[in-house]
Write a protein that binds this ligand. Structure first.
Ligand code: TRP
Length: 345
């Protein structure tokens, strides 16, 4: 890939991230994404969208897509994002994303995309039956980010490769068109492996909306009873919690539950171990259930209130789309000028 130095981008810091509207959100999304976004909204201008363009890289029922988009927006709001601070919008409502994605499709190289491991995982054995959109998904992601010249992108570990691709596209564009520093080399605010929430049924698998077992995850719409029961039923081993953090090695389920406790309480794993080391799960699980309920029940309640008022969500999304376009449109217009597309004299 290209590695010539590019003079630094000197524009304002901006944060961009997105969540796909494909199914209900769970504890992993809350701790790994939403809660982080809430922390950033006071530090940077944040552009947080619902990634409906990315969702349609695999089949989505047209009757459900708009409601699923509203659900993610409702979850943003329920988690504590303030639409007066963060710009919240549907990706497809800001045409700049699609337009810049096309230009970037002509900048990115096939060899770069051939290396993307997420495409290999998602396309499985039948690559030739995947949509072309699924293949070029990371290029759209680069457009999402660079349409705002975002400097920081909070995402999970699994998106690291897509951020590297975003930087490669920015750098090749800047080099090819001799516009040094036009696009920033975006930095990932990567939630480390510790922030990754694993399945409650299998400490080796990521908590996922596509897991067939509902007991594997805590959904943001779960009732306090559901939450408590799922924690009680969570898979563990028979040993008490270790006296030191190192003792969690080789105990993925225990490690995950300690990590979840820490993330919910704002504590490190070492702090959780200092409190619960030597205690059995019969003591730890009820404490975790209480904590999870105290943090998530208000989020779930707020989520249900927003879902009952789709008109309010639509106002947020429409206003957000206008504010997002006001930033992205001039950047894409300037990109069009750099590429040399026709404009009236
Ligand atoms: N691919 C991201 C994910 O699955 C979602 C996403 C799409 C995104 N576009 C983005 C995240 C731009 C950050 C920035 O998590």
């Amino acid at each position: 890939m290209t590695d010539q130095p590019t003079p630094a981008y000197t524009g304002p810091e901006r944060v961009v991230s997105g969540v796909q509207p494909s199914g209900a959100l769970h504890l992993g999304n809350y701790l790994g994404a939403l809660k982080k976004f809430v922390a950033y909204q006071d530090q940077y201008p944040c552009f947080l969208f619902v990634a409906d363009l990315h969702a349609v890289t695999v089949w989505q029922d047209p009757k459900l897509l708009a409601d699923q988009t509203r659900e993610i927006a409702a979850a943003y709001l329920a988690a504590g994002l303030d639409p007066k601070k963060a710009v919240i919008f549907p990706q497809s409502a800001v045409r700049a994303h699609s337009e810049l994605a096309w230009i970037f499709n002509c900048v990115a190289r096939l060899g770069w995309l051939d290396r993307m491991t997420q495409f290999k995982e998602k396309s499985g054995k039948h690559k030739e039956r995947s949509s072309v959109g699924l293949y070029t998904y990371p290029v759209l992601q680069a457009a999402d980010i660079l349409a705002y010249r975002a400097t920081k992108v909070p995402v999970g570990e699994d998106q690291r490769q897509h951020l590297e691709l975003t930087r490669d596209i920015a750098q090749k564009f800047n080099n090819d068109f001799e516009t040094p520093g036009f696009f920033p080399l975006t930095e990932g605010l990567i939630a480390g492996p510790g922030a990754r929430v694993m399945s409650l049924r299998d400490g080796a698998a990521k908590m996922s909306k596509s897991d067939p077992s509902d007991n594997s995850r805590i959904n943001l719409t779960d009732t306090p009873d559901d939450i408590a029961q799922k924690v009680r039923k969570a898979k563990t081993d028979p040993e008490p919690l270790p006296e030191t953090e190192e003792g969690l090695a080789g105990r993925p389920e225990a490690d995950n539950l300690v990590g979840v406790y820490g993330a919910l309480a704002g504590k490190t794993k070492a702090e959780v171990i200092a409190e619960f080391g030597g205690k059995g799960f019969g003591t730890f699980k009820p404490a975790l259930a209480d904590l999870a309920v105290s943090v998530l029940a208000p989020v779930g309640e707020s989520l249900r209130r927003y879902l009952a008022d789709p008109g309010e969500i639509d106002r947020v999304l429409k206003d957000g789309a206008e504010r997002a376009s006001a930033v992205a449109d001039p950047i894409v217009e300037e990109t069009r000028r750099i590429v040399g597309f026709w404009r009236p004299n």
